[in-house]
Design a protein around this ligand. Sequence first.
Ligand code: HEC
Ligand code: HEC
Ligand code: HEC
Ligand code: HEC
Length: 454
Amino acid sequence: MINASLATLIRISQLVHLVVVVTLSLGVVSAFATEMSSGNDIHSEAKHLGVASCANSVCHGRAVAVEHGNIMQNEYRTWAKYDHHSRAYAILKNADSKRIAANMGISDPTKEPACLACHADTTPANLQGEKFQISDGIGCEVCHGGAEKWIDSHYGNNTNADAAALHQANLKNGLLPTENPSFTATLCQSCHLGNTNQLANHEMMAAGHPRLRFELDTWLALMPAHHREDADYHQRGKASSASARWLEGRMQAAQDSLKLLEKHSMPDGLFPELAVFDCHSCHRPMDTQIQRPLEDKKLLPAGSVRINDNALRTLATVVTVRDQTLAKELSDAIRQLNQATVASKEALQASSRNLATLLKKSEHTMLTSPLSNSEQQAITTALLKQGASGDVRDYADAEQLFLGLQLLSANKSNSKVSAKRYDDIFAILNDEQNYTPSKFKAAVQKTLKAATEK
Ligand code: HEC
Ligand code: HEC
Ligand code: HEC
Ligand code: HEC
């Protein structure tokens, strides 16, 4: 099986969250407001020294985690043994990859730049250190940055009280700020959503590549953790909350997917790139009885292929809790973007630019202070209302709505809707092949009713 079901993924992430909640309650403040994103360029000019440079047993290569100290020191082992990123290159040799490659007329996926882009460290040859090996797949430096300029200075005494200052110095030398959710969202999404340099396109999907999906907080929880969010982690100013990771992740998803839409939704040749469209615009049974939501008909003529604007629409819903006017402007701009995709390239560009400006504004509105409990509750209700109105067309839309709901329900102060309430919605998502928008709508309506009756 190439694809784990949503059920498995969510259950695992919920288990991890339970543990995280317990450790977090020991801790203090989040480094939320100071860490606004700044359009980070992920790829620096520093040499990538190779995973072997990190794997020494006195560095990150211990067999078991140390009990005390800033870091666990068994990061290499966790990565090598449990983290799928360590085998991302190796799987390009397996039967699934061979099948995908054969369907695309690619002779060797391990040599194919379009595959390597997301399955290996693509640092250019002049920036590869002596121990660099392509077979390491997605190694430490893909996420933490080329270590050339910080490797000699980044290890302090394990009980170093100046660890926060040391961390700042490392950042200056090219260590990437993986603790910053906005930064990390764009980092992970470069492969888990795609970006303007690398894309799992529709040809790959049709050849058998799994559909990509991503939500920052859930996927971080699914990645075998090689860090501990304990007291010293908070002292280093590195901790963030689940709701912050969700919000910042959605914000970056909106920005990154807008860039993809701008680049790919209008054809240079005969056809646009179908991977940025709503998969179920095309992939669903022919049904003459089908009831489309009224909104949809006003947006584009029946039979139009719609863009996947899920991240943008979710964000518009979220913004309503702080600024109704901005939320309305966002919704209008999203409608314009949809209409531009069937108008002209100029209309598409103008509308993307307008939307990009509104997204920057939203970033200011939403990220300058953490979401309060009552705001989280209001977002929960707003998301339920969005689902109940039928404004969730594609499976991918429904999946994101559900991930947001279950994540916000992990906050016990947001007690109006318990995670259990989502079981009916969950049951529908469990069967991706037979996903039916009307059934999803009905299940959300039921949940909304139960949540607002109390
Ligand atoms: C935009 C980035 C991207 C590109 C380009 C890409 N992949 Fe992937 N691939 C991923 C991600 C991310 C996953 C993991 C998906 C998940 O589990 O959510 C994945 C998963 C896979 C899997 C399933 C892995 C498993 O554990 O079963 C195979 C096989 C695969 N890719 C092969 C390829 C091949 C062959 C190519 C080139 C034709 C390619 N990929 C291009 C990002 C990409
Ligand atoms: C797919 C991305 C990714 C890869 C690959 C990766 N890391 Fe990480 N790493 C993270 C994230 C995300 C965190 C948690 C956020 C943070 O503290 O920076 C983290 C945290 C850490 C920490 C703890 C930092 C602290 O202050 O507690 C260490 C140490 C570390 N990584 C080392 C490694 C080493 C060594 C490797 C390779 C063997 C590696 N990482 C591979 C993403 C990655
Ligand atoms: C350079 C590309 C790249 C980056 C950056 C990246 N990933 Fe991945 N990720 C992949 C690929 C490719 C796979 C599939 C590997 C496999 O199955 O062998 C994967 C697999 C995973 C999986 C396992 C998925 C499953 O279905 O079991 C998780 C979880 C994950 N990534 C989370 C993250 C997170 C969180 C980040 C950011 C901190 C991140 N990834 C950054 C490419 C990337
Ligand atoms: C504009 C319509 C359109 C959109 C949007 C679209 N596809 Fe397709 N897709 C097609 C067509 C046409 C084929 C080829 C069917 C055939 O060969 O019989 C296809 C084939 C496929 C196949 C191969 C299986 C099959 O039925 O032949 C997969 C898997 C697939 N698409 C996945 C996706 C995913 C995932 C998305 C969204 C990211 C998507 N498609 C978006 C039109 C579309």
